[in-house]
Every structure is written in structure tokens, then in C-alpha cells.
Design a protein around this ligand. Structure first.
Ligand SMILES: [Zn+2]
Ligand SMILES: [Zn+2]
Ligand SMILES: [Zn+2]
Length: 781
């Protein structure tokens, strides 16, 4: 055995790439090298950092072993390679400040919630930053939302206008300090300040504007609070009157609000929480997590009308902590500061305008939000956290891809839009942009496209877009001259996103269920089973087409879908049934819809699974009209009465669907399901039971379809994608059935199953097609 002092002196060069700049990596390495008694240096490089260490061989090995293991929380190492070098006479360890100006492959960090050290200082009366709402260090604070361009330096962030005071500068310059090169470093002396403004933007003088805002909240006011990626509208979640006022003013009738709790233990007062959700809530990304809502809690029912789940999160900026500190709120509603369907407001002037009449006061500050970024939303399903809205805390961290691909910019869909840029073997999804039919969102889309290309320093020549000619994103792509455009079918993109996230290659069975997507035949698809590769797909099966009387109106009014389905499957016979749904119908309405369906007037036909949920929800008396997307499907899931311990079982009483598998595409016929459902309605079967039978039937017929495809094609891998899989019961039930049938089941976790993940799939399909094509051309030459 070699003792430390006897070990030979060696020198090693170490290349580290990934997210290692602007995350406290250099001071960390400096400390670690000193602890190990090593000489050498560290410097930033275009791809990350380069380190050279010199000392006794065992110490160098110990350093190498600890380097990735003890890295700072925000660091993300994607590769680490070391090689031996000739030793020299170096005696100490230095941080070399020379750096290459351009850093094209280093990663920009997402925003990170306040760390434990900063939190301690925030509430320490002896600390010079006591009560300072913008306290941060290299382990925490704003990043993506304050960054104008790379490389990440104070001068290129919205902190540029705040020159550091001598005390902050000293910390910034000292390699052993936690704030060494912390770009947003600031204090009371030199940094941004909070300010309270009245309903029409007038300054309200207050010694402590945050405390004054808390007092307003406690008296039932609605306060707009400037956060990291935008404004929140806040009110006390236990104050029914305040919540109702917020709903009225925001014109948000039913869509649930998220609530922020002061600390993790407070959440137990109103939600069920297991270890997985607890860890997720406490993660540095601090997302909103959907948790089962405990009955009898003090949270006002109007926070999430008719829901069994609450979106809950924890404070992530120092300002949030200070807001809670004085008044001991049990929970605050913290919903995006916008009117329904508009993007989150981020600019002081803009917010005073847009939120006038909604907020009673504005808690603002003078650090500009350069990039708006909504809160992320996740849900635990199948025991794992899954993204529903991937935004703050996760963006712009990349999704790792299996192989290097040509650069592509994918512009996403129409609703819940995100864009995605592929660079090398990584895919960068933008923050949640929203529904593009809204002008504000469309502007945000254009900004996000520019910003993503700027911070990644890639302007791809290939653009990927949806096939729908009227999507604003498609139109934008088609207007870009001089760039190649590749159209990708909507459900193929969903399938490819799922494959990419799971590093699959070859051909898979993809079950893609969503609201609507443009098919290759120009009809509206949405309940699809595909045989998919990245480059191509075959439509293996789909739900039988049903009429959508009134087109878009049928999406807003699920009762129209129900009537459409009744006409499709039963003709006149349907309205002779004595069930509550048909008895409550207006005869004139039915007559009108019948004529529309018969003549095909403004009545597109669709294979959508989402619309099937709408029809069933309306028939079961759960939901006749909706005010937000997927509301009927959510309501149907919420009322479901599960049968305990039977998840993987094929249940006898599941509604039957008929699979017609003569010629491809096969057809999944819902007629027997609707027959059984009407019989249940005649028997006054509770909606919760109807919902469960419908879900189970759906899962069963999809499992049977996969089984039959396996028989014929030998495929054993099934991908589940599309917005309908945000329904936890359907997802868990179908997964369990497929696993019992010995399929390998893949689905989403890192990116949303819904249209928020669409751009990833578009990008991969286009990139793979482009690289296949250039390979072909290469083969010819
Ligand atoms: Zn910190
Ligand atoms: Zn300072
Ligand atoms: Zn979709």
C-alpha cells in the first residue's frame, strides 16, 4: 500500500462539459483542490471548464472521484474526461480568468429557488442582507429570466444597471466566497429594491413595502406580485370572498388556481403528500405539483371548483418568503398575472396596464424580467413525476438525445405552444408560450424563437412545423424564406417526442390520444394507434369518426359532442331514451344539430379521443359546457370511483368497444360503449361508475389493439403520448394492462405528454429525415 506522502506526483487535465458556468463550479473546484492539497488551475472553455490538477497520485484520484459527486446543486455534468500530463513546478491552485469570449456549447442554467444558506442570511438580523428580497449566490437565484445574451455575465443580464458596492464586489472577486462570480449578486446598498404601487400605479410610501403588501393581502385584497419569470396575482387562499373577487376580475370562471404554502409541513393541512411529491416540491426547481386535496381543509372551494386535486408549490424567491413571514398566511393563491389565456405579464409598465382593474395593489421591483417564464406544473402518475407544463426551473436545460443530429428549429402546435431547438445531441425546449391564437402569445412566441436561437448560438436552416395550415406557428414557419421547411404530422410528432425522451430507435406501437390534430388526409385525428419510426409512420388504428356539430363550438360545448354521438350511433332512436341528458335537451337545438349532422353543415368529423371524453362527460351529466381546455375530461376523471387493487386486471364490467381489424387502418368502434352507457343511464348508475367503466373500456380496447398488432408485426414496445395521458387513471390503467400482457411501455416524464411536448417530436422527426436524406445522398456519391 502506498501512503499519501510516498505517492508519486502526477498531473491530470480534466475536461468537464455541461452546465458548469454560472453555477458556482469554479469556486467549488477551487475549494476542493485546496482541500485535497493540489496545485493547478481551472478555466472556462467553450464547452464548459478545463481543470488541471497536480499532486500525489492518490490525492489526484480522490479529487477526481469527489469532483462529480460533490458538485454544486445547480451544476449538470454531461461529460468528464481526464488524461495524464507531465508534472511541472506549480505550487498552488488558481482560477484563470482568461476565457474565450464565445461559449457556444456551454449551457445556460435555469432559474433556481433560494438556497438554504441565503435563506438563513435572509432571516438573520446580524447579516448585512437581513430582509433583502433579492439575496442570491452562485447556488441559487435568477439566471434564464434575467439573461439577454450569452456568455452569462452581469453585463448581459438585467443586473447590468446595478453596479456592485465594494462589499458585494469583494465577495464577487474572492474565489473562496459563495458569491464568487455570482452575476446577480446584490445587497440593500447596491441592488434592486421592492416598491408598492396602488391600483392606478401610484407610488405608496411604506417603510417595508413587502410587509405592507402582506397587510393588504390579509385584509382581503388582490395583489399583483412581481416574481422571477412574471407577475402573480395573489390573495389569501382561505378567504372565499377574495378568491371569488379574483375569479371575477380575472374572468377565469372555473380553471383551478395554484396555491403557495409557506413551508412543506403546511401543505399537509390541505393535501395528501407522499415522499415523491415532497421531494419534488422541495427540489430547487420548485414546480407546482398537483396533489390530492384533503376534504374539510380551510382552502376556499373556489380555488379549484369541482377538483379533487390542488396545484401546490413552495416559495422560491426571497420575496415570497418575506411575504409569508410577517402575517402567517396558511396559503396564498398565486396565479399567473394575466387575463385568461394571455401570456404571463412581466414588465412593470405593461402590468400596470394589463392588470388594472384586477389588482388592488402592485408589489413591484426594478430588476427587469428579460424572459417571461411561467411556473412549471407536474403531476405524479405511475409513481413518477411527470411534466404537464415544463417552464421555470427546467428551461433551458436540455433533453439528452441518443445521437448527434442536424440543427433544427421546431415551432410547435397551436395550443400550449413551446418551440424546440436541436443542437448536437441535445434538444432545448422553450418555456411554455401559450395559445397562439392570442396576439400577446404570438408576440411572445416570436421573442422566444429569437431568444432561444441567440442563447444557443444556432440559427438552424431546417424548420419543423405542424401540418395544420392555419396554426399560427405553421404560418410563421412558412413565411421564413431561405430555410428548409419540414411538415410533421401532429400525432407522429407526439409519438416521436415519446421515443426521443426514452432513447428508443426502430419501430414502435404508439398510442396517441389527444383533442385534435391535423391528419395526413386533411381530417381531424386524435385517437390514433400508429406504427412509428422517427422518419415515418403508418396509421394502424383509429377511433371511429364522430360528428362535431358546430366545429369549434362543439369543443366549447361538450353537450354538442354528446348529441353528435347519439345521432351517429342511434339516429332518431337515441332521443326516445328516457335518460336525464336527453330529457334536458332543448328539442329545437336537437333538431338543428340533426340537420347540421345530416347535411354535414359546419360539422367536421373526428377520430379524437378527447372529444369522446367530452361526449361521455356530457351524457353522464358531469359537464355540459367548458371554459378551459380538457375541462370535461378532467371532470370525468375527478368523479371516477376506482375499484381497489384491480389496476392490471381486465374488468368484466368495462364498456366494450369493437375493434374492426380487416384492413389497415383498423377502426375502434365506440357504438357498443355508447349502448352500454345509455343502459347505465336508464338504470341511474352513478357518474363515478360510468366514468370508471368508460376509462377501463378505453384502456382495454387499446391494449387489445396493441396485442393484435404484436401478433401481426411482432412489435413489443408501446409508447403512450398525447394530452389524454395527463389523465392519471387512464395512463396507469393502460400501462398496467400492457405490462400484464408483457409489453415494454414507454411514456413521458421530462416533457409533457400534451402539446407542450409536441415541438420536441417535430424537431426529432425533421432532424432524422434530414440526416437520413444526407446519408442517402452521401451513399450515391
Ligand atoms: Zn444562495
Ligand atoms: Zn452590494
Ligand atoms: Zn396534440
Amino acid at each position: 500500500m502506498t501512503e499519501g506522502r510516498d505517492a508519486p506526483t502526477i498531473r491530470k487535465a480534466i475536461e468537464v462539459s455541461g452546465m458548469v458556468q454560472g453555477v458556482g463550479f469554479r469556486p467549488y473546484v477551487y475549494r476542493l483542490a485546496n482541500e485535497c492539497g493540489l496545485a493547478g488551475f481551472i478555466a472556462n472553455t467553450p464547452a464548459g471548464v478545463t481543470i488541471e490538477v497536480q499532486g500525489p497520485a492518490d490525492k489526484v484520484e480522490a479529487f477526481l472521484e469527489r469532483l462529480p459527486r460533490e458538485a454544486p446543486p445547480m451544476a449538470r455534468i454531461t461529460s468528464l474526461a481526464s488524461r495524464l500530463m507531465a508534472a511541472n513546478g506549480e505550487r498552488d491552485f488558481r482560477i484563470l480568468m482568461t476565457r474565450l469570449d464565445r461559449a457556444p456549447t456551454a449551457l445556460v442554467s435555469p432559474d433556481v429557488a433560494i438556497c438554504a444558506d441565503c435563506l438563513r442570511e435572509l432571516f438573520d438580523p446580524r447579516d448585512r442582507r437581513h430582509g433583502y428580497p433579492f439575496i442570491n449566490c452562485t447556488n441559487c437565484g435568477p439566471r434564464f429570466t434575467i439573461l439577454r445574451e450569452i456568455p452569462y455575465d452581469r453585463a448581459r443580464t438585467s443586473m447590468a444597471v446595478f453596479p456592485m458596492c465594494p462589499a458585494c464586489q469583494a465577495e464577487y472577486d474572492e474565489p473562496s466566497n459563495r458569491r464568487f462570480h455570482a452575476q446577480p449578486n446584490a445587497c440593500w446598498e447596491c441592488g434592486p429594491r421592492p416598491e408598492l404601487r396602488g391600483p392606478s400605479g401610484e407610488r405608496i410610501t411604506a417603510d417595508d413595502p413587502i410587509r405592507a403588501a402582506a397587510d393588504l393581502l390579509a385584509s382581503g385584497s388582490v395583489v399583483a406580485v412581481k416574481g422571477l419569470g412574471g407577475f402573480h396575482l395573489a390573495c389569501e387562499a382561505t378567504d372565499a370572498g377574495a378568491v371569488e373577487r379574483l375569479r371575477e376580475r380575472k374572468r377565469r370562471v372555473e380553471k383551478p388556481f395554484a396555491i403557495m404554502a409557506p413551508h412543506i409541513d403546511a401543505i399537509a393541512n390541505f393535501c395528501e403528500m407522499d415522499a415523491t411529491s415532497r421531494a419534488l416540491l422541495l427540489s430547487p426547481e420548485r414546480p407546482i405539483v398537483l396533489l390530492p386535496w384533503k376534504t374539510g381543509s380551510r382552502i376556499a372551494p373556489a380555488v379549484a371548483p369541482g377538483q379533487r386535486y390542488l396545484g401546490v408549490f413552495l416559495p422560491y424567491t426571497p420575496l415570497h418568503h418575506l411575504l409569508f413571514a410577517g402575517r402567517g398566511f396558511e396559503a396564498l393563491v398565486m396565479t399567473s398575472g394575466n387575463l385568461s389565456e394571455e401570456p404571463i405579464a412581466s414588465d412593470n409598465r405593461e402590468v400596470l396596464q394589463r392588470l388594472a382593474g384586477i389588482a388592488d395593489a402592485f408589489l413591484v421591483h426594478n430588476r427587469e424580467i428579460v424572459r417571461r417564464c411561467d411556473d412549471s406544473v407536474l403531476r405524479i402518475a405511475g409513481g413518477r413525476p411527470r411534466q404537464i407544463r415544463r417552464s421555470r426551473g427546467y428551461v433551458p436545460a436540455p433533453v439528452a438525445l441518443e445521437s448527434e443530429l442536424p440543427a433544427v428549429l421546431a415551432v410547435g402546435g397551436e395550443l400550449k405552444n413551446t418551440v424546440c431547438l436541436v443542437r448536437g445531441n441535445e434538444a432545448f425546449l422553450s418555456q411554455h408560450i401559450g395559445d397562439l391564437e392570442n396576439l400577446e402569445s404570438y408576440k411572445f412566441f416570436e421573442e422566444a424563437v429569437e431568444h432561444l436561437q441567440a442563447i444557443l448560438e444556432v440559427h438552424p436552416n431546417i424548420l419543423a412545423h405542424d401540418l395544420h395550415p392555419d396554426y399560427f406557428s405553421t404560418r410563421w414557419a412558412l413565411q421564413q424564406s431561405g430555410r428548409e421547411r419540414i411538415g410533421v404530422q401532429h400525432h407522429h410528432a407526439h409519438a416521436a417526442a415519446c421515443m426521443a425522451e426514452n432513447h428508443l430507435d426502430g419501430r414502435v406501437i404508439a398510442v396517441v390520444l389527444d383533442g385534435t390534430g391535423y391528419g395526413t388526409d386533411g381530417t381531424i385525428w386524435g385517437g390514433e394507434v400508429l406504427l412509428a419510426t422517427y422518419e415515418d409512420f403508418e396509421r394502424a388504428a383509429h377511433f371511429r369518426y364522430v360528428p362535431m356539430p358546430g366545429g369549434a363550438a362543439a369543443i366549447r360545448e361538450p353537450w354538442r359532442m354528446a348529441v353528435g354521438c347519439l345521432i351517429e350511433f342511434f339516429g332518431d332512436r337515441a332521443f326516445q331514451k328516457r335518460v336525464p341528458f336527453t330529457e334536458q335537451l332543448d328539442r329545437a337545438h336537437v333538431g338543428m344539430l340533426q340537420r347540421m349532422v345530416e347535411r354535414g353543415l359546419n360539422t367536421p368529423r373526428t377520430s379524437s379521443c378527447g372529444r369522446l371524453f367530452d361526449a361521455v362527460a356530457a351524457l353522464a351529466g358531469i359537464c355540459r359546457t367548458v371554459t378551459f381546455e380538457a375541462q370535461a375530461a378532467m371532470a370525468l376523471e375527478m368523479c371516477l370511483e376506482p375499484v381497489r387493487g384491480q389496476l392490471g386486471a381486465q374488468l368484466e364490467d368495462a364498456y366494450a368497444f369493437h375493434l374492426q381489424d380487416s384492413a389497415m387502418p383498423w377502426q375502434i368502434d365506440s357504438q357498443p360503449m355508447f349502448e352500454a352507457l345509455l343502459e347505465d343511464l336508464e338504470r341511474n348508475t352513478p357518474a363515478g361508475v360510468i366514468s370508471r367503466r368508460f376509462h377501463d373500456g378505453l384502456a382495454e380496447v387499446l391494449c387489445q389493439t396493441a396485442l393484435r398488432l404484436r401478433e401481426r408485426m411482432g412489435l413489443r414496445r408501446v409508447c403512450l403520448s398525447g394530452g389524454c395521458f395527463q389523465n392519471a387513471y387512464l395512463f396507469e390503467k393502460l400501462t398496467a394492462r400492457l405490462v400484464v400482457e408483457r409489453f415494454a411501455v414507454f411514456t413521458h416524464a421530462e416533457v409533457p405528454a400534451g402539446d407542450g411536448g409536441l415541438s420536441l417530436g417535430q424537431a426529432i422527426v425533421a432532424a432524422r429525415r434530414a440526416s437520413a436524406r444526407s446519408q442517402e445522398q452521401g451513399d450515391k456519391h
